[in-house]
Design a protein around this ligand. Sequence first.
Ligand code: BGC
Length: 378
Amino acid sequence: MSRRVLAVLGSAVLALSMAACSGEGAGSGGKDGDKPADLTIGVSMPTQTSERWIADGNSVKEKLEAKGYKVDLQYAGDDIPTQSQQVDQMITRGANVLIIAAIDGTALSGQLQAAADAKIPVIAYDRLIRDSPNVDFYVSFDNYKVGVAQATALLVGLGVQNKDGSKGDAKGPFNIELFAGSLDDNNAHFFFDGAMDTLKPFIEDGTLKVKSGQTKIEQVAILRWQQEAAQKRMEDLLTSSYNDGTKVHGVLSPYDGLSRGIITALQNAGYGGSGEMPVVTGQDAEIASVKLINDGVQNSTIFKDTRLLAEQAVVAGEAFLQGKTPEANDTETYNNGVKVVPSYLLPVQTVYKDEIKPILIDSGYFTAEEVAAGQAKG
Ligand code: BGC
C-alpha cells in the first residue's frame, strides 16, 4: 500500500517536472515529418523467468527495428518498483509510444498519468492495465476462452468429454484440484472464470470432486505465477487431502511453469512412472512442457502464438505513431475499472500430444528436434 502511494507520488512529481521543463512533453507520439529512426518505442516486459515473455520482447523489438524504429526494451524481474522505474525512464528518455506487459495490473497509474501528460500513447500488452484512464489500446488473446479451453482439456483428459465436444464414456467421480495465476494479473481472473464456468456443471452433478474443498480463486492463486509455489501448494494438498490413499485424478493448471511444479510434486509422491499420472493442463506451449506432453506426462497446453501478438502490438504502435487509431476487434470485453479499453484479441489453440506436429512444428514455432530435447535452440 505505502509502496504504491510512494510510486504514485513519485510519478506525480515526475509528471509535474516534465510539464514544467518540456512543454510539449518528452515523447508526444509522432509528429509530421518524423522518420522511423526519429521515433522510439518503449517496451516494458515483466520477467525473463518465463520463455514466453522473452519471445514476446524479442519479437516486438525485431519487428519494430525491421521497420526502422528505435526500441527501448526492458525486463523488470517480476519486481513492481523496478517496472515503475523502467517506465519512468522510458518516458524521460523520450519514448513516443509505450508497450507494457504489467506485473501488477494496477500499479502503474502514476507512470501512465505521466505518459498521458506527455501525450505518449500506451498499449497494454497481453495483460490489461487496470484502474487508469490512460490506457489507449489492448492487444491480447481471448483470455476467457483460454480458461474454457483449459477446463475442456481437463474434461477430455479424464474421458468425461470427447475432443469434438460430445459426451465421453467416463463417469467418475474424479478427484481434481484447481490452480489459478497471480491475483494482480487481470488475465488470471479471466482464465479462472472461463475454467470454472466450464467445470461447474460437472462439479455440481458429482462427476468431479475438488477434494480439498478449495474452489475460490483466492484459495488457489499462485503469486507471480511461480513454479516453486505451485509445487509447494500441490505438496501441501497431497499431504492434507490425499493421505488416506485416495488419488488425485486431474489438476487444472493455468500456465506451463505451474504445471511443471505440480508435476514434480506429483512425481515425488509416487505418481507417474508405473502408476498413473493425473491429467495436468497448461498454457503457453513452453518447450519443456511440450516435451512433457510429447512424453505423455503433461496432458495439454494452450498455445498462444506470441509472434502474432507481437505483430498486433507493432501494428497498433505504428498506427499511433502515424496519428491514427488502431483497429480494434473487441470494444466490449475489457473494462479496466475506469473505461472499456479497445482491444485486438487473437484466437488460441489447444495442443494435446497429437497437435504438437500440426500446430507447433508445422508452423515453425518449434522444430521436432527441439521438442524431443525439451529445449529451444533460440
Ligand atoms: C499470460 C500467460 C502467462 C502468465 C504467466 C499471463 O498474463 O497471459 O500467457 O502464462 O501471464 O506469465
